[in-house]
Design a protein around this ligand. Structure first.
Ligand SMILES: [Zn+2]
Length: 113
């Protein structure tokens, strides 16, 4: 599952930060998830709970911040926001929108103890 490998890399980052910043427990993770990232928030939540068992993130809350998809419309040469891959340009209706951002996922904030 795609989400499980994402969660495992998140947990690795959390452990690195715990060592650097000297905390032992993560209470809340705010995760920015791009609209074009193909991530299913429910699956992500499920994996986070399952993979978090026995780690510093056990029992932590996962808050998902939805980030918009960004693209460049070739037809009207403008920067646009798109909800999904392949969505038409909201400005001109053109279908030649190149995704430029919002296709990733990143830790936005942590509440730690
Ligand atoms: Zn356009």
């Amino acid at each position: 599952m795609h989400e499980m490998s994402l969660v495992q890399s998140i947990l690795r980052i959390l452990e690195e930060q715990a060592t650097e910043q000297d905390f032992t427990e993560v209470r809340t993770v705010w995760l920015r998830v791009g609209a074009l990232s193909h991530v299913d928030p429910e699956a992500l939540r499920f994996c986070f709970e399952a993979a978090g068992q026995g780690t510093l993130a056990e029992g932590a809350r996962l808050e998902i911040i939805a980030a918009p998809g960004e693209g460049w419309c070739i037809d009207c040469a403008s920067r646009v926001t798109i909800p999904t891959h392949g969505a038409p340009c909201p400005a001109c209706g053109g279908t030649r929108v190149r995704p430029t951002g919002g296709d990733d996922l990143a830790i936005a904030e942590l509440e730690v103890a």
